[in-house]
Ligand binder design. Structure first.
Ligand SMILES: [Mg+2]
Length: 242
């Protein structure tokens, strides 16, 4: 085959496979929320933590600069890091107070939260052709608050948005359990699973049923340590998988 013929053949073939993808395949996109589909929650975490520290009479405070070191950890681990003396009961009590405060004052949670650039367009494009599911390490009460604040309610509802209360040492459900349940209940197979998140735990979801992993980091945040298939700083990179 000559170069021109080969080029034409490749082009035709690509069009053919693109046509198959548009018409016949169904993929599942698995999303993480915090740090992936939103930006700014890390500041609310600091605000709430400092309010609780004040109410409990502690002198210690977090700075917004502590975010880069702590973001992605469980809330009680923030306090374990802050105090010089270890006291797991104290940290759990502070964590509980943080959850109560964030549930009773959603305006603090939503003060800083914004959609990641291009996220709405990417979610809309996926919705038009494939399936997507949101699995977040937060509590059910707060997940709805975030979805509404980010105006993602067009993309995620109770059938495809799940909260995993990961803020305990031994969560009853893990993200992997939730994904396995979702796949079992879906009543169909998917031609491809695409996993997008900002943490090593998100990337491990590949172990549930395979898939291609994308580790996301906002442009001003370092990539977390792990071995994803791809590292991206712009969510539009996901559109290649459609
Ligand atoms: Mg995350």
């Amino acid at each position: 085959m000559g170069n021109l013929e080969e080029a034409l053949w490749t082009q035709e073939n690509e069009q053919y496979w693109h046509g198959i993808a548009a018409g016949g395949t169904m993929k599942l996109f698995v999303w993480d929320l915090h740090g992936t589909l939103e930006k700014g929650n890390e500041r609310a975490v600091i605000d709430i933590s400092n309010l609780v520290l004040e109410r409990f009479g502690h002198a210690e405070r977090f700075s917004y600069g502590d975010n880069s070191r702590l973001y992605g950890r469980k809330w009680y681990e923030y306090f374990a890091w802050l105090f010089e003396t270890p006291d797991h009961e104290r940290d759990l009590a502070l964590q509980d107070a943080c959850f109560s405060l964030s549930e009773s004052s959603p305006e603090i949670q939503c003060r800083w939260v914004r959609p990641t650039p291009h996220a709405p367009a990417v979610l809309r494009e996926i919705k038009s052709r494939h399936c997507q599911v949101l699995i977040s390490n937060t509590r059910a009460e707060t997940l709805k608050v975030f979805i509404d604040a980010l105006e993602y309610d067009d993309f995620f509802s109770s059938g495809n948005a799940f909260a995993v209360d990961g803020h305990t040492e031994r969560p009853v459900n893990s993200k992997a359990d939730v994904l396995a349940d979702y796949l079992r209940d879906a009543g169909r197979g998917f031609d491809e699973i695409v996993i997008v998140g900002d943490s090593p735990g998100d990337m491990k979801l590949k172990a549930v049923a395979g898939g291609i992993t994308y580790l996301f980091a906002h442009p001003d945040v370092e990539f977390r340590q792990c071995e994803p298939d791809h590292r991206i700083r712009d969510l539009r990179a996901i559109l290649k998988r459609l």
